[in-house]
Design a protein around this ligand. Structure first.
Ligand code: 6LW
Length: 501
């Protein structure tokens, strides 16, 4: 494939974990987990596996995705599998929240709409996979690793559940299975070692979809365990064959920055690597590749003036998007946010944002909070976020880290709307062992057009190493009290990504 180079850059940057991919003709489609955010499951299209454009979200109606009000971060939607079979796209996934379970949706057009869910109460594990054999039997393989035949139209399980493989002896958490018929074998790809530094991908093969499976002699076929790679935690892969016959793996990885031990702030991102096959039929995963034409995708800069009733697919809301709390239709050209009586410290805060996708970036918004209070926040979860908030008369920076919530700075402002700004920059001394991954500067534009900095905060406290969980930073708008309007929101990367070869 042309136009790629060995690099440490993701093909889908920002919190986009657990990628699953399929090809139909010259078109590739890719989906990721979305956890506590609505709509769920971002869906991307590509013609070359390198450049991806989000064309929608799979679960974009409340009938498909309901997340409980008290569901903490990193609950919700885990690890989808996307497949194309018999002229339809099929997606199977686990809703890990109360009242959820495994569900399956399908469509003829991946841009949507997708069907209402078919529930699969008989499938007992997370990370479900779908594969059809020559007889038309649909096999659902899940973390553990187990398997059961299902009827994808009704969700009924057919026959008994079987155990397939538990990965390498001593490796924990065999999960994220994907099953493929390649040549004379059925291959079973799994993740193991847990999704942190021990993460990896292993493979086994057998004569049929249910095995018996023999492990690859050179497992794990992908891992950055115990190495000094700049991309860590690599695992949770899915294979795809390109139209030219070449093979590729998409998988998740993280990019820790700063001193020891290193902090990653954008969650688990989607990477790509070529796959070749040994003479005796085992896959060999190559180095990470990314596009060689540019460090930053052309569509990385984003601005929304809220002129359209529909939301751009990259907007994600916490838990739900009920029009009484979040709408662009109440006042054309404005996003209206109405607080639910809860602050950003609660799992059901009124917050709508976009994933941070660049190590250095800025986000600005014109906020009118004369009928309430709200602003711009960098959110990792309900216990880890920094916010700049206005109530129309003053601007405050609020820091929530673990159990500590503090108002860090306050500045009176002229009555009326304010341009709030968040700027994320690399640390001043990147080689200092004590330095954090980045600095988050929060401020407000002054009437004379200058930028007043209210606070410069250490980014390590909004990292997964501090907060735990499966997500990454999301930057967006929120209402803390009353009604808040946003006139526009803009996000832009501020330093060109520097790919390493
Ligand atoms: C997912 C599991 C994993 O279910 O993390 O990294 C879990 N892998 O396969 C949540 O994304």
């Amino acid at each position: 494939m042309k136009g790629l180079m060995v690099s440490d850059q993701p093909v889908v940057p920002g919190f986009h974990p657990d990628p699953s991919v399929c090809r139909v003709g010259d078109d590739y489609y890719l989906v990721c987990s979305s956890f506590e955010y609505f709509p769920g499951i971002p869906l991307f299209h590509s013609r070359d596996l390198l450049h991806w454009t989000q064309i929608g979200n799979v679960l974009d109606r409340p009938e498909q995705l309901r997340l409980p009000a008290d569901m903490p971060s990193s609950g919700g939607i885990y690890a989808p599998t996307l497949r194309h079979h018999d002229g339809r796209f099929w997606l199977i996934v686990t809703n890990c929240s109360e009242g959820g379970g495994n569900l399956l949706v399908s469509t003829a057009d991946p841009a949507g709409p997708w069907s209402d869910p078919v529930w699969l109460p008989g499938v007992p594990g997370i990370d479900p996979d779908l594969a059809w054999d020559e007889d038309g039997t649909c096999w659902c393989t899940f973390a553990g690793v187990g398997q059961v035949a299902i009827d994808p139209y009704t969700g009924r399980t057919l026959g008994a559940e079987r155990r397939l493989w538990s990965g390498a002896p001593g490796a924990k958490a065999p999960e994220a299975p994907h099953l493929y018929r390649i040549g004379e074998y059925w291959y079973l790809l799994i993740a193991e070692g847990g999704t942190e530094r021990g993460h990896g991908v292993s493979i086994a093969r057998g004569p049929g979809p249910s095995g018996p499976f023999e492990a690859c002699p050179h497992n794990p076929v992908l891992t950055h365990r115990g190495t000094d790679h700049s991309v860590q935690n690599t695992g949770h892969g899915d294979l795809v064959q390109a139209a030219d016959g070449s093979w590729w793996m998409v998988f998740l990885g993280v990019r820790p920055h700063g001193g020891t031990p290193g902090w990653h702030v954008m969650g688990r991102e989607t990477f790509l690597a070529p796959v070749t096959w040994t003479d005796d039929g085992w896959p060999v995963v190559g180095e990470i590749v990314s596009p060689s034409d540019t460090g930053i995708a052309a569509d990385a800069t984003f601005r929304d003036d809220f002129d359209l009733p529909e939301f751009h697919p990259s907007w994600i809301s916490l838990r739900d998007r009920s029009p009484e709390h979040c709408t662009t239709e109440e006042r054309p050209g404005r996003m209206t946010l109405r607080a639910r009586g809860t602050s950003l410290d609660e799992p059901d805060a009124v917050f709508i944002g976009r994933r941070q996708q660049h190590l250095a970036c800025r986000a600005d918004a014109l906020i009118d909070a004369t009928q309430g209070a709200g602003g711009l926040a960098v959110r990792l979860d309900e216990q880890h976020h920094y916010a700049i908030e206005t109530d129309g008369t003053q601007v405050q920076v609020i820091s929530r880290v673990g159990s500590v919530r503090a108002t860090v700075a306050t500045l009176p402002v002229p009555a009326g709307p304010a341009v709030l700004s968040v700027r994320i920059t690399p640390p001043p001394r990147p080689h200092d062992a004590r330095t954090g991954p980045d600095v988050i500067t929060l401020g407000v534009e002054q009437p004379d057009g200058t930028f007043a900095v209210l606070a410069m905060l250490d980014g390590r406290y909004l990292s997964t190493e501090v907060a735990g969980g499966f997500t990454g930073r999301v930057i967006g708008l929120y209402a803390a009290r009353g009604t808040v309007h946003a006139d526009w929101f803009a996000y832009e990367p501020t330093v060109r990504a520097r790919p390493t070869t």
